[in-house]
Ligand binder design. Structure first.
Ligand code: KG4
Ligand code: ZN
Length: 347
């Protein structure tokens, strides 16, 4: 196979990112650079991502990210084979910023343009990091998404189940807000949980009684809110220990639910008889150490290998978009200047 060098752009949520990925023939792909500008401080005062502020910041930062990524990779446009960009799903203003930037670069350089599904970017990460062979089972858990996929090809995914309401990252973020902890909630709730007693509060394990691989996280967040209000009404406020115990109880419930549903999804996947069974996790929530450890145990018990990306490739980044673009390029995908930004785009 030919050597390919792809520039990737990502701007679908609150990270502006650009990266260059190269694959020489059949060798393992290499990340030549991966630049991420987070917007956490811009949204901190609002307790969540403000779409309008995000879109403006993406528009301002994308060209800087691209210049940095290309300088760090030591490549010029003449060294590139294509430009890949997240074309959805996500906040439309941000996605449009990225798509417009990529179209401008494509028009100016004549390089082919490739629109990438953000979810495919996460879902293909184990191929970038581990050279994972098809088919593997993917648990995609982030701030906006939660689903099991059997990945069979770069455009061939079978969905086994997903959340019927909130995504787990969203639940972590809301619990952080309820307890007055900083955003993004995942890392701050995880840090508190490490100091707490997971057995003090027994939160619900939603949908465990129901068959299948679907999730629900909205009731769990409400249960934490109710418990907080009960303690505040009783004692006038939360102590440090209360906060840590609430976080530990919440995280334990999420871990238990993810573990049981993963066990079910793994059994469905294993029934297909994959020759080298592999389960991979991706998305921001896969940065959580308690979740990673428990999933690894479940997979080992079911006879499957388990892999989780290094932390910078769990959360949003452009290396995964450049890599997905690389696979799509090899599959013959090319987009024109009529490429559309899609706020919704199921895999
Ligand atoms: O994949 P990502 O960067 O963006 C989306 O596509 O959503 O995921 C961000 C989400 C946030 O909700 C954040 O709170 C969560 O991932 N997250 C975590 C951890 N680190 C980030 N959740 C639990 N534990 C963590 N350590
Ligand atoms: Zn994401």
């Amino acid at each position: 196979a030919q050597t390919l060098t792809i520039l990737g752009l990502e701007s679908s949520c609150d990270d502006t990112a650009a990266a260059v990925v190269r694959q020489a023939g059949d060798a393992r792909a290499e990340i030549l650079s991966s630049v991420v500008f987070g917007q956490t401080e811009l949204h901190a005062a609002f307790g969540g991502v403000v779409p309008e502020i995000a879109a403006r910041a993406h528009a301002e930062k994308l060209d800087v990210c691209v210049a940095d990524a290309m300088a760090q990779a030591d490549v010029g446009f003449g060294d590139l084979d294509a430009i890949a960009v997240t074309a959805g799903p996500g906040l439309i203003g941000g996605v449009l910023s990225g798509v417009m930037c990529a179209k401008g670069l494509s028009a100016a350089t004549g390089l082919p343009l490739i629109g990438v599904n953000h979810l495919a970017g996460h879902a293909l990460t184990p191929r970038l990091t581990d050279g994972a062979a098809w088919p593997y089972l993917m648990l995609l858990v982030s701030g906006g998404h939660c689903q099991f996929l059997i990945a069979r090809g770069c455009q061939d995914f079978t969905r086994l189940g997903g959340t019927i309401d909130d995504a787990p990252g969203e639940a972590f973020d809301k619990v952080a807000r309820i307890l007055g902890l900083p955003q993004p909630g995942g890392p701050s709730v995880e840090a508190e949980a490490a100091k707490g007693d997971p057995a003090r509060f027994r939160f619900p394990r939603p949908l465990l009684d129901r068959e299948g691989c679907d999730f629900s996280f909205s009731g769990l967040k409400t249960a934490v809110l109710r418990e907080r209000d009960r303690i505040v009404a009783e004692k006038g406020g939360l102590t440090r220990a209360d906060r840590a115990d609430l976080c530990a109880g919440f995280q334990q419930a999420v871990v238990d639910v993810l573990a049981e549903k993963t066990r079910r999804a793994v059994r469905i996947y294993m029934a297909e008889g994959p020759s080298r069974p592999l389960v991979a996790v991706a998305g921001g929530v896969s940065a959580n150490k308690a979740i990673r450890a428990r999933l690894e145990t479940v997979c080992a018990a079911e006879g499957a290998s388990f892999t989780a990306p290094p932390l910078p490739l769990c959360t949003d980044n452009a290396a995964m978009i450049a890599y997905a673009g690389l696979e799509l390029f090899r599959a013959g995908v090319r987009d024109g200047l009529d490429l559309m930004a899609r706020p919704r785009w199921p895999l």
